[in-house]
Design a protein around this ligand. Sequence first.
Ligand code: SAH
Length: 463
Amino acid sequence: MDFLPLFFDLRQSTALVFGDTVAASRKIDVLLKAHCRCYSIAPTCNEPGLKALEDNDLFHHLDVVTDELWDNAQLVVAASGDSTLDEQISEKAKLRKLPINVVNRADLSSFIFPSIIDRSPLIAAVSSSGELPILTRLMRSRLESSIPHAFGRLATIASKYRDQVKTSLKGINARRRFWEKHLEGQFADLVFSGREKDAEDLLTSAIASINSGEITNDGEVYLVGAGPGDPDLLTFKALRLIRQADVVLYDRLVSEPILKLVRQDAELINVGKERANHLVPQESINDLLVRHAKAGKRVLRLKGGDPFIFGRGGEEIESLAEEGISFQVVPGITAASGCSAYSGIPLTHRDYSQSVRFITGHLKNNSCDLPWAEFVQPNQTLVFYMGLIGLPVISQSLIKHGMAESTPIALISKGTTREQRVVTGTLSTIVSLVEAAKLQAPTLIIIGEVVNLREKLNWKSEA
Ligand code: SAH
């Protein structure tokens, strides 16, 4: 290890930063964030980044450096863009035994700036010891995506309870288990979703029940949208909850690669709903959720797309609320958004469509009891979920209510997955085209002028 990462308190310190460059302004920016007084030493102060910092009371600009400033400095940065000048600054700083950073010259530096993931008070710093800054950036973006933004709030709130927990739990191991459970569990989730008061209440009652010797039931349910198929379309929050769940209830719309993200020791329950062949009836799903949560488990209910769009998510949380079980709902990318983006069909467009309707095409007794006349409007996109079986009824009903036979229509099968197929046609041709293509469920239907944009955008055809 050539460089030791240390976290310095620079609040009463002074830094000299030489140069009117972008690099100089970046360093000053980060030093100011740490409340360090900064002297920008440069003949001019024209760099926009530096100009933007001028309102900060801790920022000063000088054309030339004075001996007095050198005497007061605790830290030096050379970013002049002139290698001879930077070398001279480095030498001078070293003579004065001041920590010096020369931008992009680890050989002339006694310290380097890491890449920072700031979730204050929690801070992570990454460095490649000046060897390969691009790698540092890649590692940083990985960490950025895996550390929720509210992590800092979590640390601040949890630290308020540190002493109370210390008093209530004597052993260091017991305290570690307490914090592990809460910092990865419902307390953390409440903070992440902005419900800080509920989070504090939860911690307070957990501490109270330790003090009174009670055992609490901490089970909870996460109702999570898994998106339309491509695992890259999961939200960070969905991924985090998928990784921490003890029990997972999923249905047929949840793709294989997403299920692979579940913890290996978690219990997987397939409650998959084939069309008209419900593997587990809705009431039993609700019961399963309640039963596992009551047993103290973290239960993940994974749903295709978004749980609140034709997902019966509302019914599931109703029964949880009735039983007093805490739950969270995490939105997912709904099939309409996923299929639209992956097939090159924008759902709205300034010239062709100013509104979009999501409709269920699920047939009851072989008919769709829908307000067809309302759907026949200019400049509107219709999206039918669950419409493959009902496609003949849907297209005929629209034509019957006045929609032109030539209206463009697209069917997207297994959208966003590697098996995605798209068939386009018109209301009068689509049924035979789809039959010939033997499209498989799940399939989404998009109707409206926007379908023509797919060709205009030169989208590659998969079907
Ligand atoms: N909650 C889901 C919808 C559930 S209803 C969501 O927000 O997407 C099930 C219907 O969604 C399917 O019949 C199909 O019309 C549509 N669907 C879901 N995933 C799909 C996919 N990958 N490709 C095409 N359609 C999909």
